[in-house]
Design a protein around this ligand. Structure first.
Ligand code: UT7
Length: 341
C-alpha cells in the first residue's frame, strides 16, 4: 500500500508588499532584509480574506489538477476525499470550527472527516504522516487533502522590525491517494518515511502569548496589544539549523539513501541563511535546496506545499523523483518526509 501525492495546489493573495514598501513605514531596508534572510517580498491578504479562503482556493486548484489528470469531474474528486487535514497557526476562528471544516463545506467534500493539526511551521510535514496513518486504517477511504494555510499578517506586530519583515500569507496543499504501488524497492511510490519531533522546552523562543486560555481577554479589559508573534530570532535560528541537518541525516540513513538519491530538498522557507548554513554543515550543494522565499517570505505551514506546487507546475518533478521535505517551527517542532513523486 502506497500513499502517493497525486496533485498539488496553492494560492497567494495578489497584494505584493516589497521590502522597499516596508522601509517606507519602519526603520529597515531592502539590503538588510535580503542580506539577513533572502526575502524580497511577501503577499498580504486584504481584510476580507481569512485563512480558509486561501486554503479553499489552493484546494480547488489541486482538485482541478487531479480532475484533469484522471478525467473525473471536480465534484467527483471533491466527493472522493476521505480526510481533510489543515495545519495553520492563524485559523479563521479560535479553536472551532476548524479551517478544515470550513474547507470541507465550501469545497463540497461531503464524505470527508475534517480536522486541523497544530505543529506551527512543521504542520504540513506532520499532516502528511497523519493522513497516511488515517488512510491506512480506513479501507473505504482512498484520498486525503492535506493543507498548510496562513494569514500570518494577522499575527504580525507591524511595528516590530525584527519580526514583521519575515512573514507572509498564502496556502498550499496536496491530494494524497492510497494505491497498490510498492512503498520500497524498485517502483516505490509516495510517502516512504517521516521523521517527526518536538522540543517543547523551547516553547518561549517562538510564541503567540495572548488570547488563549492562559491569558484570555476579559470583558471590559482594554487590549493594549493584540495577539502577535514573539520570537527569539537567534535561538530559533540555531534550533533550525540543528533540526534541518539532524532530520535530513536521519531520513537518508533510515532509507539507506545518499544525497544523490534525492532529486530536490524542499525546506521550510524561513530564512535562506538557515538553509545555507545547513547545506554547508551537511556538505550538500545549495542547488539541491529549492527556495522561493524571495517572493513569498515565511508563510509558516504553507511554505512547503506552496513550494511543491511551484515545482510541480513548472514541470520540475518527474515520476520516480525522490523529494525530501524538511521543516521546523514554533513549539518547538521539527520534521521531514521523503516522498517518491
Ligand atoms: O518559521 C520559523 C520562524 N522564525 C525563524 O526562522 C527565525 C530564525 N531567525 C532568523 O531568521 C534571524 O535570527 C533573524 C532574521 C530574525 C535576525 O537575523 P540576525 O542576523 O540574527 O540579526 P540580529 O537579530 O542579530 O540583529 C542584528 C541587528 C540588530 O541591531 P544591533 O543590535 O546590532 O544594532 C537588530 O536591531 O539588526 C537589527 N535588525 C534590523 N535592522 C534592519 C533587526 N531587524 C532588522 C530589520 N531591519 N528588519
Amino acid at each position: 500500500m502506497a500513499f502517493e501525492i497525486r496533485a498539488t495546489g496553492s494560492a497567494v493573495p495578489p497584494n505584493k508588499v516589497t521590502n522597499d514598501d516596508l522601509a517606507e513605514r519602519i526603520d529597515t531596508s531592502d539590503a538588510w532584509i535580503r542580506e539577513h534572510t533572502g526575502i524580497g517580498a511577501r503577499h498580504i491578504a486584504d481584510e476580507n480574506t481569512a485563512t480558509s479562503d486561501l486554503a479553499l482556493e489552493a484546494a480547488r486548484n489541486a482538485v482541478a489538477a487531479l480532475a484533469k489528470k484522471t478525467g473525473e469531474s471536480a465534484e467527483a474528486v471533491a466527493a472522493s476525499i476521505g480526510f481533510i487535514i489543515t495545519s495553520s497557526v492563524t485559523p479563521d476562528y479560535n479553536g472551532f470550527p476548524s479551517v478544515s471544516c470550513l474547507v470541507q463545506d465550501a469545497l463540497g467534500a461531503k464524505n470527508a472527516a475534517a480536522m486541523d493539526v497544530c505543529a506551527a511551521c512543521s504542520g504540513f510535514i506532520y499532516g502528511l504522516e497523519v493522513a497516511a496513518g488515517l488512510l491506512s486504517r480506513n479501507a473505504g477511504q482512498k484520498r486525503a487533502l492535506i493543507i498548510g494555510a496562513e494569514t500570518l499578517s494577522r499575527l504580525t506586530d507591524w511595528e516590530d522590525r525584527s519580526t514583521c519583515v519575515l512573514f507572509g500569507d498564502g496556502a498550499g496543499c496536496v491530494i494524497m491517494e492510497k494505491t497498490d504501488a510498492p512503498v520500497s524497492g524498485d517502483g516505490a511510490r509516495g510517502l516512504l518515511r517521516s521523521v517527526l519531533g518536538a522540543e517543547g522546552s523551547g516553547k518561549e523562543a517562538l510564541i503567540n502569548r495572548r488570547g488563549g486560555s492562559r491569558e484570555p481577554y476579559k470583558k471590559g479589559a482594554v487590549v493594549e496589544r493584540p495577539p502577535s508573534i514573539e520570537m527569539d530570532g537567534r535561538a530559533v535560528y540555531n534550533f533550525a539549523v540543528r533540526a534541518i541537518t539532524g532530520t535530513i541525516e536521519k531520513l537518508l540513513a533510515a532509507e539507506h539513501f545518499t544525497i544523490d538519491d534525492i532529486a530536490v530538498i524542499v525546506p521550510h522557507q524561513a530564512n535562506a541563511r538557515i538553509v545555507q548554513a545547513a547545506s554547508k554543515r551537511l556538505h550538500i550543494p545549495e542547488s539541491k535546496f529549492f527556495l522561493n522565499i524571495e517572493e513569498y517570505a515565511n508563510t509558516s505551514a504553507a511554505s512547503i506545499p506552496i513550494a511543491l506546487d511551484e515545482l510541480e507546475r513548472k514541470g520540475c518533478l518527474s515520476p520516480g523523483n525522490a523529494v525530501l521535505m524538511v521543516g521546523f517551527g514554533g513549539g518547538l517542532t521539527y520534521g521531514g518526509n521523503i516522498v517518491i513523486w
